[in-house]
Design a protein around this ligand. Structure first.
Ligand SMILES: Cc1ncc(COP(=O)(O)O)c(C=O)c1O
Length: 379
C-alpha cells in the first residue's frame, strides 16, 4: 500500500533509478538487547566520555571558524593507530598521515572512492551476500553495479575472485573482509590474487575492513599489502571496535595519490571540528576501547560454540557478529527473540539470521531465548 507521502514523492521529478525505492536502514526498534546493527553494545567508558567532552569543549570555542580542512592531527593519530596494528603482526610501520583519508563514516569513504574512481559509464563489482550499501553507493554515484557470486557456503577463493575481476573488468572492486553479513574474513592470498587480476583493467581494489579489529588470531589485515600497490585501498571505521558509531568517523589507508584523489571529490570542510575532536580523543584512548574488543571476541566465540551445541550452523566469524543457519523458520525465531526483548537481524537470506556479539549478559539472554525457541519449535 502506498502512503500519501510516497504518492506525493512520486509526483516529483525524481531521478528514474530512485523512483519507487525505499531508503536504506535497519529497523530502529527499542529492545532490551539491541543486537542487530553490529555496534559495540558496551557504553563508552567514563574516562573516554570525559576525554571526548574536554576535547569537544576546546573545539567549541573555535566553532566560529571552519575546521582544519586537512584534519592533520586526526590523520597522524590514525596513521599511528594503524601502524600499531601492523607492528602487532610483525609488519613494518610504514603509514604516515599522507596515506590516510577520513570522512563521516566509512559509508562516506566509499562514496568518495566511487566518486573519484567510478561514476557514469564506469562499474563497481562486489560479491553478495555482502554489505547491502554497496549497490546503493553505486546508484548514488551513477555507476553500474555488478553483482559477483560466491560459493554455496558464501566463501570466496583466490581463483574465483580473480576470474570474476578478469571477466567483468570493473573500475572498482569491493572486497568485504570480514564480510557482512557472513562474518568470515578473506585470506590475504585472495586480496593479492584480486589485485593481480585487476592490473590489466586498472581496477581499484577496495578492502572494506570495517570489522578488522575483531579478526581471529592469524588472519592478516590487507594493510600489510599496501606497500607497492597503488590501486589498493583499505577502509576502516571507528563505528565498531571504537564504540563510536554515533561519532561518524570512517577512514582509509592507501597510497598518498589516492588521498589526493579524495581531495578532488570531498565537500569543503566535510569533517566538522566536533567530529575531529571526538575521534582524536577516542584514538588517545584506543587501549581502553580495545579492552572491550577482546571481551566481545570472547562472546562471539561463545555464540559460535553454543549455536553448534544447539545443532545450528554458524559461519566462522572474524567479526563482532555471527551469521547462522539451521532454523526451519527464521522469521518465527526472530519474532520470538523480539518478544523476549532481543533484536537481531533478519538479513533476508532464507534460513539465516545474524546476531551481534554484545556483553556477556546480552549473549546469555540471546542464547537462553533461542534455546527456548528451539525446544518449543521441536516439541
Ligand atoms: C561492512 C561494512 N562496511 C561499512 C559500514 C559502514 O559503517 P560506518 O559508515 O558507520 O563507518 C558497515 C556498517 O555496518 C559495514 O557493515
Amino acid at each position: 500500500m502506498t502512503s500519501p507521502r510516497s504518492r506525493n514523492l512520486s509526483r516529483l521529478p525524481l531521478r528514474e533509478e530512485l523512483q519507487g525505492q525505499e531508503p536504506y536502514g535497519a529497523p530502529q526498534l527499542a529492545a532490551k538487547a539491541m543486537l542487530n546493527v553490529n555496534e559495540t553494545t558496551y557504553d563508552v567508558p567514563a574516562d573516554v566520555v570525559d576525554a571526548i567532552a574536554k576535547e569537544v569543549r576546546t573545539a567549541a570555542a573555535q566553532l566560529n571558524r571552519y575546521p582544519d580542512r586537512e584534519f592533520s592531527t586526526l590523520r597522524e593519530k590514525l596513521a599511528d593507530y594503524l601502524n600499531r596494528d601492523l607492528e602487532a603482526e610483525s609488519e613494518p610501520a610504514v603509514l604516515t598521515a599522507e596515506n590516510i583519508w577520513a570522512a563521516n563514516g566509512s559509508n562516506e569513504i566509499m562514496q568518495h572512492i566511487l566518486q573519484a574512481f567510478a561514476g557514469p559509464g564506469r562499474s563497481v563489482l562486489s560479491f553478495p551476500p555482502t554489505y547491502s550499501m554497496y549497490p546503493l553507493y553505486a546508484r548514488g554515484t551513477y555507476s553500474e553495479y555488478i553483482a559477483g557470486t560466491r560459493s554455496a557456503d558464501f566463501t570466496q577463493t583466490p581463483e574465483d575472485v580473480a576470474a570474476q575481476i578478469r571477466e567483468h573488468r570493473p573500475n572498482v572492486v569491493i572486497l568485504c573482509s570480514p564480510n557482512n553479513p557472513t562474518g568470515t574474513a578473506l585470506s590475504l592470498q585472495t586480496v593479492e590474487a584480486a589485485y593481480e587480476a585487476a592490473a590489466e583493467s586498472e581496477t581499484m581494489v577496495v578492502v572494506d575492513e570495517a570489522y578488522g579489529e575483531f579478526r581471529q588470531a592469524g588472519t592478516g589485515s590487507a594493510l600489510a599489502l599496501l606497500p607497492g600497490r597503488e590501486r589498493l585501498i583499505v577502509s576502516r571505521t571507528m563505528s565498531k571496535a571504537f564504540a563510536l558509531a554515533g561519532g561518524r568517523l570512517g577512514y582509509l589507508a592507501a597510497a598518498a595519490e589516492v588521498t589526493d584523489a579524495m581531495r578532488l571529490v570531498r565537500l569543503p570542510y566535510h569533517l566538522s571540528a566536533v567530529t575531529q575532536a571526538t575521534a582524536v580523543a577516542a584514538l588517545d584512548h584506543s587501549e581502553t576501547l580495545m579492552a572491550n574488543v577482546e571481551r566481545i571476541k570472547e562472546q562471539r566465540d561463545r555464540i559460535v560454540a553454543s549455536l553448534q551445541e544447539m545443532g545450528l550452523h554458524p559461519a566462522p566469524s572474524d567479526a563482532n557478529f555471527v551469521f547462522f543457519s539451521g532454523l526451519h523458520d527464521e522469521k518465527a525465531a526472530w519474532q520470538h527473540l523480539l518478544e523476549d526483548g532481543i533484536l537481531i537481524r533478519d538479513v533476508g537470506i532464507p534460513g539465516h539470521l545474524r546476531v551481534t556479539a554484545g556483553t556477556e549478559a546480552e549473549t546469555t539472554e540471546f542464547l537462553t531465548s533461542l534455546r527456548r525457541y528451539i525446544t518449543s519449535a521441536t516439541a
